[in-house]
Write a protein that binds this ligand. Structure first.
Ligand code: F6P
Length: 324
């Protein structure tokens, strides 16, 4: 392996720059050329890349977003698109790719490897934390801290006005952000896609809270929640049934994806990406690096894509106890 390409793909996540930096610096350390592709696989298709050296990534460890930009390339989903991408790889004499992103990115990498025999290693980077084979994905810790800080502020105004707030957080199909930020911010109720607790239970719990003397309440709702109503419909349903509540809705949205990465995410990105480069130099391919029980580990991309990580449903019980 003489020349490694790196890209970020899918939804961006804080810590992606720390990851790019670690790939580039590890390549420099091992005397291997490194190029960065812009806009994920789309940049590979279009031949949009730049040579990167150790100095190209100075002062980016603390920056949110990704200097390589990100995209969800539709063209790469087609055979023709992947052929164009393979042509670029051949022309640029690239031997292997480090793919920083989520499951969509890994699915793309796996099929690219199968069709064109290009070595790939995946690095889990997404705020959702929904990747099997790692306890943490890059960006998740920062996003959690962003959400907790936002809910703390919402709590201030909720409490001043005796209001009930529904706060929608990201996590398309995964409740990791909702569950952990909900506990961290002391939410009264947490709704996640992995467990449909039902509307009746929500009404019962809010009614109980009110009767117990609580003056403000926060319900954290994951955007992928399966309760069958969006957050605005949910707020409306609750106020229709519990007219004493003065309810408001806050959708935190993309602020969760931005910001300077936490120290945890910077260290995670650094450790995972050094290992990703080392695996490639060691002749490995079609693997994903992950962080399990405080150690950097690796598994096949196939295994990483086979299932979703289990969410710790005991945290729902903890939340229930603590919101008494
Ligand atoms: O996968 C990361 C994520 O932030 C999800 O939590 C969210 O559902 C989605 O991306 C939003 O994507 P977009 O930025 O394309 O609207």
């Amino acid at each position: 392996i003489q020349r490694i390409g790196v890209l970020t793909s899918g939804g961006d996540a804080p810590g992606m720059n720390a990851a790019i930096r670690a790939v580039v610096r590890a390549c420099a350390y091992y005397h291997t050329d490194c190029v960065g592709f812009y806009r994920g696989f789309q940049g590979v298709i279009e031949g949009d890349y730049e040579e990167l050296n150790a100095r190209s990534v100075r002062n980016i460890i603390s920056r949110g977003g990704t200097i390589l930009k990100s995209a969800r390339s539709r063209e790469f989903l087609t055979k023709e698109g992947r052929q164009k991408a393979a042509d670029t790889i051949k022309k640029a004499e690239i031997d292997a790719l480090v793919l920083i992103g989520g499951d969509g990115t890994f699915r793309g990498g796996k099929i690219f490897n199968e069709e064109h025999n290009i070595s790939v290693i995946g690095v889990p980077g997404t705020i959702d934390n929904d990747i099997f084979g790692t306890n943490y994905t890059i960006g998740y810790d920062t996003a959690l801290n962003t959400v907790v800080e936002a809910i703390d502020k919402i709590r201030d105004t909720a409490s001043s006005h005796n209001r009930l707030f529904f706060v929608e957080v990201m996590g398309r199909d995964a409740g990791f952000i909702a569950l952990n930020s909900g506990i961290g911010a002391g939410a009264e109720e947490i709704l996640i896609p992995e467990e449909n607790l039902g509307l009746e239970r929500l009404l019962f719990s809010l009614e109980r809270s009110r009767r117990s003397g609580k003056t403000s309440s926060i319900v954290v709702v994951s955007e992928g929640d399966k309760i069958g109503k969006n957050v605005f419909q949910l707020a409306e349903y609750v106020t229709q049934n519990l007219p004493d509540y003065d309810a408001r809705v806050t959708v935190l949205g993309h602020i969760q994806r931005g910001g300077s990465p936490s120290c945890f995410d910077r260290v995670l990105a650094s450790r995972l990406c050094v290992r990703a480069v080392e695996l490639l130099l060691d002749g490995q391919t079609n693997m994903m690096v992950g962080f399990i029980n405080n150690k950097v580990e690796s598994c096949s991309l196939e295994d990483a894509l086979k299932s979703k990580p289990d969410i710790n449903k005991d945290l729902l019980r903890i939340s229930d106890i603590l919101s008494t």
